[in-house]
Design a protein. Structure first.
Length: 183
């Protein structure tokens, strides 16, 4: 017997039964796939996990020299000085510097990830980044950045904090990532 040959009341009962079973299945799917607010916060935090020990791989002496030069320049323009962030911003910067060393080229690959990570962990509102390689001194890298309109605009930007990833590659060439952010 096919469905079309059933009496109308049987078809109505079958449709009612199917609707109720579909409703139960839909509710089960919703319950199974929904997550609590705590789960979503944990997932968000996991998305921006970074090993803070990475920050210790940064050449802190060279970074300190760069920071003095940049803060002196900013002060000469009447801008606020930047505070060093030796945690998240520096860990993200070192991570990117290691990536550039592996690629043997400077780039801004995955900047969105670093930016969102600093926003998540440090409460940053805006994030900027300068990168470089091959300069032997803090004076030379800062001079190169200041001679580039795009890099200079970042240095002169409305930022409050900075983090560094300054490292030498196995060939002895220095690579630089400087992250800037405003809380």
């Amino acid at each position: 017997m096919s469905l079309t040959s059933c009496p109308k009341s049987d078809v109505t009962q079958i449709m009612h039964l199917l609707k109720s079973k579909l409703l139960v299945i839909a509710l089960l799917c919703l319950v199974i796939t929904s997550c609590s607010k705590e789960d979503s916060v944990e997932a968000e935090a996991a998305k921006y996990n970074i090993d803070l020990a990475l920050a210790q791989k940064n050449d802190s002496q060279m970074s300190a020299q760069i920071l003095v030069l940049i803060n002196d320049y900013r002060a000469s323009l009447g801008l606020s000085t930047l505070q060093i962030d030796n945690q998240y911003a520096s860990a993200f910067a070192v991570d990117h510097t290691q990536y550039m060393i592996e690629k043997e080229q400077i780039n801004h690959d995955n900047f969105g990830y670093r930016s969102e990570g600093i926003k998540y962990h440090d409460g940053a509102q805006v994030v900027g980044e300068n990168v470089a390689y091959g300069y032997d001194t803090a004076e030379k890298v800062v001079e190169a950045w200041l001679n580039s309109p795009g890099h200079r605009a970042i240095i002169e930007g409305n930022y409050t904090h900075t983090g560094f990833g300054v490292m030498k590659c196995p060939k002895g060439r220095s690579y630089y990532t400087q992250l800037f952010y405003r809380k």
